[in-house]
Design a binder for this molecule. Structure first.
Ligand code: SF4
Length: 386
């Protein structure tokens, strides 16, 4: 029987689920996700394990408002495997009326047959990893799709899904402002209603990080990266795409509801290799080791690592930090009190006053938000809040 009862508020009892599909055609140079190249032969076994993990964790189907199937590259699965995955997810996590079901796709691995499978299953949003439209920059990121494949994938997606999004990366080594302008022009020509634009991060242990350590790549200097961020905010705002989170832009009504769950610090299930979840105030993360994941699930064990249960004050601070990422909503004092039991000013009054004085936060008495300048120095503000 499907459970639709709202037993507890959404910050304790999940109304959202993340499902991880780790397979990729190859490993991109900057990638720090739980993703594997050359492991496609494990797809069926992985889906068996995923179903087993889901059944053990949920016990019975649970209605959710948002589902996000990410990776890895979910569309790396062949169409029949994708169909099996979608059926399994639809069974265990029935989507509430008006819910959002997103699947991440790589322009090089999405074709019409796979898109048809997803649309028929009820997927209503696709997030495409474009990253750049410059062959030279795609090569620097070690992406394995060509720029023209993005347009082809968008054409497939636009015909089948009511909502879709593109991911872009700025600050790629060897890039300049003109490259970024060209990327934004190419992006806007496709008329997306949602964009995620992240500054490149050299994650420790990645191929790109090793190249940086060896002096083989030169990072974009901070001033240029700031100019790139300024440019994307201006250009997208002019195009009607509003910055609603530090790195995310949408036309009104096209914000990612799933990501808004994370930024409200609401609960969510996490299923699959390396998946994180937050349920009843406890955070857990599954192992990122594929063999360990398979063996543990097949032995009827849990694949999670150590739990982290935050105390009430830590959870309140973390909620404030996540809510501040939301550039339009920010922290609403009444909502914050309802969710955490804490008065925002008792908890963070001096920090807020100081950053308002420095021009990094604005406070209208009801909400506290990052200012325009605060978006550039968000890391500093968020760190202090936690
Ligand atoms: S496609 Fe995405 S998940 Fe896969 S290796 Fe590249 S960045 Fe990582």
């Amino acid at each position: 029987m499907s459970s639709t009862a709202h037993e507890a508020p959404p910050w304790l009892r999940p109304r959202a689920a993340y499902v991880h599909i780790p397979f990729c055609a190859h490993k991109c140079g900057y990638c720090d996700f739980a993703s594997l190249a050359g492991a496609d032969h494990l797809a069926d076994r992985y889906l068996d394990a995923l179903e087993r993990e889901t059944a053990a964790k949920l016990g019975e189907p649970h209605e959710v408002d948002t589902i996000f199937i990410g990776g890895g590259t979910p569309t790396r699965l062949e169409a029949p495997a994708l169909e099996r995955l979608a059926r399994m997810v639809a069974h265990w996590l029935p989507l509430a009326e008006g819910g959002e079901w997103t699947v991440e796709a790589n322009p090089g691995t999405l074709d019409a047959a796979k898109a048809d499978v997803l649309a028929a299953a009820g997927v209503n949003r696709v997030s495409l990893g474009a990253q750049s439209f410059q062959p030279r920059l795609l090569a620097a990121l070690e992406r394995n799709h060509a720029p023209e494949e993005v347009g082809r994938a968008v054409a497939i997606v636009r015909d089948r899904f009511p909502r879709w999004s593109l991911d872009l990366i700025f600050g790629v080594p060897g890039s300049n402002i003109d490259d970024w302008k060209a990327d934004l022009d190419a992006t806007l020509a496709l008329d997306p209603s949602h964009l995620s634009c992240y500054g490149l991060v050299y994650e420790k242990g990645t191929a790109l990080w090793k190249q940086l350590q060896r002096g083989e790549v030169e990072p974009v200097v901070e001033d240029v990266e700031r100019e790139m961020y300024e440019l994307v905010m201006d250009r997208l705002e002019q195009a009607g795409l509003h910055l609603y989170e530090i790195s995310n832009y949408a036309r009104p009504g096209h914000e990612s509801r799933h990501n808004l769950v994370y930024w409200a610090n609401d609960a969510y299930w996490g299923l699959g290799l390396g998946a994180a979840e937050y349920v009843e105030g406890t955070r857990t993360v599954n192992t990122r080791d594929m063999q360990a994941y398979l063996k543990r699930i097949e032995a009827g064990e849990s694949a999670t690592g150590p739990n982290e249960r935050l105390g009430p004050e830590e959870r309140a601070r973390e909620t404030a930090m996540l809510m501040l990422r939301r550039t339009i909503l920010g922290i609403d004092r009444a909502d914050f009190r309802l969710r955490t039991g804490y008065d925002l000013d008792t908890l963070l009054g001096p920090v807020i006053v100081r950053f308002v004085g420095e021009g990094l936060l604005e406070d209208d008495g009801r909400r506290v938000r990052l200012t325009h300048e605060g978006r550039f120095l968000a890391d500093r503000v968020l760190c202090e809040v936690v």
